[in-house]
Design a protein around this ligand. Structure first.
Ligand code: UD1
Ligand code: CA
Length: 458
């Protein structure tokens, strides 16, 4: 059974989030909530995905461009009113319509497929996906008759004391016969506590019309979580990260403390890589095999090869080859490229620069706008002075260059292969093959100075 069309409700203002960002664009494990919904329905191969937008319509539409068609709900008068906005687009359709909310990011395709199968089997006019909730607060409740048949859905705000005790909740996912959906919607009123047109009211209406309605209860309540506020957002993130981390562990990645490891959806990690707690891996990050990432490491949009040891460091848009050692407390910024077996030590910042094969930048250095060849040794405290306040300038360092500690390299400058700079130099001119550049004022020693020191004065 195939869902003919999918409608995603994403027009609400999400006022409980207290945010300037439209609710459905808030992220769960690095992806907007509505993206998760689209990803879950895509394998069902719907004819059309139609997203109802309203608050922040342009932002949501730009975000989903190419993945969905859109209708706009100008005023947010309720979920039933939202679906009514798709009437023009869907009215002619004879098939089924699957409806979901953009704020329920945790549903799996398997669960949705099971709902579709149940709907096809029973030939209901509508089948609602329900779940059993330990704590049903905030959800619509499924009211069943004495024969256990579904009678209606009642919103918490409209529920009687008895109804509030019901623990079977409406997940907000439904599959309807499309024609009957719009017939029922035209009869939905707004005579309720919130004065809204409720989509769930269509169940009662269809039943009254003599149609067969039904529910399919999924076993796993955690998939049904609706994110209405930041508390639920954090809870949804936790559930999603648990899922993601379990997947990596099953693929041979060793997570020392999976409850405190934050890996975005889509990050790739090779086997036998060991990741300590409090590591964050974000965006389009790809990590190879046999690496060690220690606590406090944060890597975003970077590519890491194999057998590296990255210790409590931050990497953004960086490329690290193999067998390097990085950190503690190194900072790789965009376009940092670290070649095989290189070493970056503590408090080293690299930006738009290549550190060549086996080269070492051990301590307290800034390497910016530079290309370093192989087996270069950069002494402690070296600064590549690349910026005059207006423009950036490049430095080229050849192979086997030895840069003395506390060298300032004022770009643009070229240090040829096997050249040397003397410690403490401020290098402004090129240094040729086998030359040493020394640029510092000579030391003078003053006699009998001790007694002139202020602290020696009585
Ligand atoms: C809704 C259901 C509730 C269910 C819960 C599951 C209704 C009336 N209630 O409640 O039974 O248990 O979801 O998570 O449907 N939206 C619009 N236009 C509107 C109003 C809402 O597009 O005018 C969208 C929202 O952006 C959201 C979705 O519909 O994505 C659900 O709306 P929300 O206000 O979050 O409904 P709940 O109170 O969670
Ligand atoms: Ca909701």
């Amino acid at each position: 059974m195939q869902a003919t069309n999918v409608v995603i409700l994403a027009a609400g203002n999400g006022s409980r989030m207290k945010s300037d960002l439209p609710k459905v664009l808030h992220q769960v494990a690095g992806r907007a909530m509505v993206d998760w919904v689209v990803a879950a329905v895509a394998p069902l191969k719907p004819n059309k995905i139609l997203t109802v937008t309203g608050v922040g319509a342009k932002q949501v539409q730009d975000h989903l461009a190419g993945k969905s068609d859109f209708v706009v709900q100008e005023q947010q008068l309720g979920t039933g009113h939202a679906v009514l906005q798709t009437k023009q687009a869907l009215a002619d359709n004879e098939g089924a319509t699957l409806i979901l909310s953009g704020d329920t990011p945790l549903f799996t395709t398997e669960t949705l497929q099971a709902l579709l199968d149940e709907h096809a089997r029973t030939k209901n006019a509508v089948t609602v996906l329900t779940a059993f909730a330990e704590n049903p607060t905030g959800y619509g409740r499924i009211v069943r008759g004495e024969d256990e048949m579904v009678l209606k859905i009642v919103e918490e705000k409209d529920a009687s004391v008895t109804e509030r005790r019901i623990q079977e909740i409406n997940t907000g996912v439904y599959i309807f016969d499309n024609q009957l959906l719009f017939e029922a919607l035209s009869q939905v009123g707004n005579d309720n506590v919130q004065a809204e047109y409720y989509l769930p009211d269509t169940l009662d209406i269809l039943r009254e019309m003599g149609q067969q309605i039904g529910a399919y209860q999924t076993m796993d309540f955690s998939e049904s979580m609706g994110v209405n506020d930041r508390v639920a957002l954090a809870a949804a993130n936790k559930i999603m990260r648990t899922r993601i981390n379990r997947g990596h562990m099953q693929n041979g990645v060793e997570l020392i403390d999976p409850d405190n490891t934050y890996i975005d959806a889509g990050v790739q990690i090779g086997k036998d890589t060991v990741i300590e707690g409090n590591v964050t891996l974000k965006g389009k990050t790809v990590i190879g095999q046999d690496n060690v990432l220690t606590a406090g490491t944060r890597i975003e949009d970077s590519t890491i090869g194999d057998e590296n040891v990255i210790t409590s460091s931050h990497l953004e848009e960086a490329l690290v080859e193999n067998q390097t050692t990085i950190g503690p407390y190194a900072h790789l910024r965009p376009l940092a490229e670290i070649k095989d077996r290189a070493h970056l030590g503590n408090f080293v910042e690299v930006k738009k620069a290549t550190v060549g094969l086996g080269s070492k930048v051990g301590h307290l250095s800034y390497v910016g706008n530079a290309t370093l060849g192989a087996d270069v040794n950069v002494g402690a405290g070296t600064i590549f002075v690349n910026y005059d306040g207006v423009n950036k300038f490049d430095t080229t360092v050849g192979d086997r260059v030895f840069i003395g500690s506390n060298t300032k390299i004022i770009a643009p400058v070229t240090l040829a292969d096997e050249s040397i700079t003397a410690a403490g130099s401020t290098i402004t001119d090129d240094v040729d093959f086998h030359q040493m550049g020394i640029a510092r004022s000579r030391q003078t020693n003053k006699d009998d100075f001790w007694d002139r020191m202020p602290h020696k004065k009585g």
